[in-house]
Ligand binder design. Structure first.
Ligand code: SF4
Length: 287
């Protein structure tokens, strides 16, 4: 049996930097506060809690002498203003690629366009993008796009982790409804790479394993892409979720992981699959 591991499986650089910043800040100040979880992964959240990170609902819960970390997927301007007014020590972990989406949305609005954001309703990143412009429309699916009225001038950006297929389907519908449409493809390059790799891997291996929390939209999307190409695709949160019968008579296994899955869990899953399949190191392939 051979294992193929997707080259860019796991943390994107935005999440990796934010998690590292949370660790260093917590160690330096004893505690660091954040509004919501830094990544959608229970294991990471647990480990971070051990070193002193605290998740709060509002800035009122942050002590004056402790830092507050703004997460990778962006923070609304009114929260920034509130934190500044309170004189809090802000540690900014916003991913530069999310900042780019904010800038693109503002630029499109400055051209006199109504803004449409292709993304998941209520997702923190989408809420952050929406807060940059006036009254944007959020569209998650082609069905929602179909319900929109005709419009004159529209600017479209997308959440960084969207699947290109969903974005394309929505844009096709918007083309029939909007006279002057300007779309900026703001799916980030780590997402594009991760999606391309899983499509390729899932089509060539006998069994595909996707590692990621079921609370992570990004991991669930990877599983969806994999299942569309390979019915023998399984999402696991950790090595304990692996079922030996998935690998009976199997020659090739592909492994990938969502952008919020830490390296440690990826390594544990790879090692467990190696044990189940009695695989030697030379049978591992990366890339
Ligand atoms: S998914 Fe993309 S935009 Fe979001 S944090 Fe990672 S690199 Fe940045």
């Amino acid at each position: 049996m051979k294992i193929f591991v997707a080259k860019d499986a796991g943390y994107c650089f935005g999440v990796r930097d934010a998690v590292n910043l949370a660790y260093t800040t917590a160690r330096k100040h004893g505690e660091v506060y954040m509004l919501g979880h830094i990544v959608h992964n229970e294991n990471v959240v647990r480990d971070l809690e051990k070193v002193g990170t605290k998740v709060v609902e509002s800035l009122d819960e942050v002590p004056r002498d402790k830092p507050v970390l703004f997460r990778a997927h962006g923070t609304a301007p009114d929260v920034w203003n509130q934190a500044r007014e309170k004189g809090l020590n802000i540690v900014d972990a916003t991913c530069p690629l999310v900042i780019e989406i904010h800038e693109e949305a503002r630029k499109l609005e400055a051209e006199g366009r109504k803004i449409i954001i292709i993304g998941d309703h209520g997702h923190d990143e989408v809420v952050g993008i929406a807060s940059q412009v006036n009254d944007p429309i959020i569209v998650a699916t082609p069905e929602e796009a179909q319900k929109l009225r005709k419009m004159k001038r529209v600017g479209v950006v997308s959440q960084s982790t969207q699947m290109i297929e969903n974005v394309q389907a929505i844009i096709n519908i918007l083309m029939t409804k909007v006279f002057d449409l300007h779309f900026v493809n703001t799916i980030c390059f780590p997402t594009k790479r991760n999606h391309e790799q899983i499509k390729e891997l899932a089509s060539m291996v006998d069994v595909m394993i996707v590692i990621g929390s079921f609370t992570s939209a990004n991991s669930n999307r990877l599983t969806q892409l994999s299942l569309e190409r390979n019915p023998n695709s399984h999402q696991v949160t950790c090595a304990d979720d692996l079922a030996p019968e998935w690998f009976a008579g199997v020659e090739t296994v592909g492994i990938s992981a969502g952008a919020s899955t830490p390296d440690k869990i990826i390594t544990e899953v790879i090692n467990e699959v190696r044990k189940i399949g009695k695989i030697k190191e030379e049978e591992m392939v990366y890339g």
